[in-house]
Design a protein. Structure first.
Length: 85
């Protein structure tokens, strides 16, 4: 892929910002940002779009039951990982 093409890199920046990009693709993207600082404004522009979008959303807080379910899931994952070690 030609990363010098502004439109292509802008699409990659959008995918990264909106968490569409996964795994090794995210790592490659971050390496490109480190290698070519001129590409960073594209990411910053999309981060601003995301920030502007989310600033209009009302804040919501999870219920106590949801918090408990999240805690139990995380605790299970930690236990699983400790058993693997």
């Amino acid at each position: 892929m030609k990363y010098a093409d502004k439109n292509r890199f802008d699409l990659l920046s959008a995918e990264y910002t909106f968490n569409i990009m996964r795994g090794k693709a995210r790592i490659r993207y971050l390496k490109l940002l480190l290698r070519y600082p001129v590409l960073r404004p594209s990411l910053w522009r999309w981060e601003k779009v995301m920030l502007d979008f989310t600033s209009h959303c009302p804040a919501c807080h999870p219920s106590s039951a949801s918090k408990r379910q999240i805690f139990l899931r995380v605790q299970d994952k930690i236990s699983d990982n400790q058993q693997r070690l």
